[in-house]
Ligand binder design. Structure first.
Ligand code: NAD
Length: 320
C-alpha cells in the first residue's frame, strides 16, 4: 500500500498520507517508525519539540539497513522550534536535528509556530520547550518572521532542506511571507478537522500554490492524551453520528472518513498511532470518495474550536 503524492511548488513530490510523530514515546519511537515504514509510510512528520528525533533516526536507520527502504524513498519533515528563530541559530540547530535523524537533508523543514522565543542553548535544555527557565517564564525574541524565513531559505541554498514551509500561520502571516519570500513556502501545516475547518485560510494557501497539510485530523482525540479540558468539552469526532453514518455508507471507519475528507480536497494528512493495524487502516484511506452530500454534512460540523493554541501550553491561568 502506498500513498498518492502531491507536487510541491519546489518541484518535489510529497506523499499525501504521512505519519505524525508528536507524543510518540521515546521508548517505542524507533520501533514505531520502523513499523510504520514496514506498513508503507514514507513521510514522517517530526519536530525538535517532540523530543524524539534521535529515536526516529534510529528507526529510519534500521529500516534502511534491513533493506526496507532507501533514504531517497523517504520524505522526512521536521520543524524549527521558536527558540531557534534568530538568524544565526537556524543552521546550527538544523544540522543538529539532521544528525539526530542520521540524514544529511530534510525533505521539508517548517517554521513550527510564527512567534520567536529567546534562544536557549541546547546544552542547557533540549528540546527547550516554551519556557526560558524550563518552568513558566516566556521570553520573546525580537527576530521577525522575515528574518527567520531568510535563514530558512539559506538551508535550501546549502542543500540542508529540499523544501521549506510554515506551520500555524494565519492568513496575514501567509500574505506577508508571499511578499518577502525569495523561496515561496511549499506547505502550510495547520490544525484542520471538521470542528476547525478554516476554509478561507485553506483556500488562500491553495490559490497561492501552497499545499496544506492537516494536523490533528481526528480533532480532540489527539489532545485527550494531554488531558486537555478543551478537548473533553466536545464529543470525539469518531463518535459523531454524522461521521459514523458516512463511514457506514462507504463501509469504512470513521477515522478513514476524517482523513479522506481532507485528502479529497487536496490536503495532506499525518495521522499518528502506535498500532500497526491502525497504521495500515489510516494509510489505506484514499481509495474511496465522499459524495457532495457527505461533504456538505461535514462542512456543517464546523465549531471553529482550536485545540493547539500556544496559550493552552503557557498560560499561567491554564486557559485550556
Ligand atoms: P491525530 O489527530 O493523529 O490523533 C491521534 C490519536 O488518534 C491517537 O490517540 C491515536 O491513537 C488515535 N488514532 C489514530 N488513528 C486512529 C484510528 N484509525 N482509529 C481510532 N483512533 C485512532 O493527532 P495528533 O498527534 O495531534 O496529530 C497528528 C500529527 O500532526 C502529530 O503527530 C504531529 O506530527 C502533527 N502535529 C503538528 C502540529 C503543529 O503545530 N505543526 C500540532 C499537532 C500535531
Amino acid at each position: 500500500m502506498a500513498s498518492p503524492t502531491i507536487k510541491l511548488n519546489s518541484g518535489y513530490d510529497m506523499p499525501q498520507v504521512g505519519f505524525g510523530l508528536w507524543k510518540v514515546d521515546n521508548a517505542v519511537c524507533a520501533d514505531t517508525v520502523y513499523n510504520a515504514i514496514k506498513a508503507g509510510y514514507r513521510l514522517f512528520d517530526g519536530a525538535c519539540d517532540y523530543g524524539n528525533e534521535k529515536e526516529c533516526g534510529e528507526g529510519v536507520a534500521r529500516a534502511i539497513k534491513d533493506g526496507l527502504v532507501k533514504r531517497e524513498d523517504l520524505f522526512i519533515v521536521s520543524k524549527l522550534w521558536q527558540t531557534f528563530h534568530d538568524e544565526d541559530k537556524v543552521e546550527p540547530i538544523t544540522r543538529r536535528q539532521l544528525a539526530d535523524w542520521q540524514i544529511d537533508y530534510f525533505d521539508l523543514f517548517l517554521i513550527h509556530f510564527p512567534a520567536a522565543l529567546e534562544y536557549v542553548d541546547p546544552s542547557v535544555r533540549y528540546p527547550p520547550g516554551w519556557f526560558y527557565d524550563g518552568k513558566s517564564e516566556v521570553r520573546w525574541s525580537k527576530t521577525t518572521l522575515q528574518q527567520t524565513w531568510g535563514a530558512m531559505e539559506k538551508l535550501v541554498d546549502k542543500g540542508l532542506a529540499r523544501s521549506i514551509g510554515v506551520s500555524n500561520y494565519q492568513a496575514q502571516s501567509v500574505y506577508d511571507a508571499l511578499i518577502y519570500a525569495r523561496i515561496k513556502p511549499a506547505t502550510l501545516q495547520i490544525e484542520h478537522h471538521p470542528y476547525l475547518q478554516q476554509p478561507d485560510l485553506v483556500s488562500l494557501a491553495q490559490t497561492e500554490g501552497i499545499v496544506v497539510t492537516a494536523y490533528s485530523s481526528f480533532g480532540p482525540t489527539g489532545f485527550m492524551e494531554l488531558d486537555m479540558p478543551r478537548a473533553k468539552s466536545v464529543a470525539p469526532l469518531m463518535d459523531s453520528p454524522v461521521i459514523k453514518a458516512v463511514a457506514d455508507k462507504h463501509k469504512r471507519t470513521p477515522a478513514q472518513v476524517l482523513l479522506r475528507w481532507a485528502t479529497q480536497r487536496g490536503i495532506a494528512v499525518i495521522p499518528k498511532t502506535s498500532r500497526p493495524e491502525v497504521m495500515a487502516q489510516n494509510l489505506d484511506s484514499t481509495s474511496f470518495d465522499l459524495d457532495s452530500e457527505d461533504l456538505a454534512k461535514i462542512a456543517d460540523m464546523d465549531l471553529n474550536i482550536r485545540f493547539n493554541k500556544p496559550t493552552n501550553y503557557f498560560s499561567a491561568n491554564k486557559l485550556y
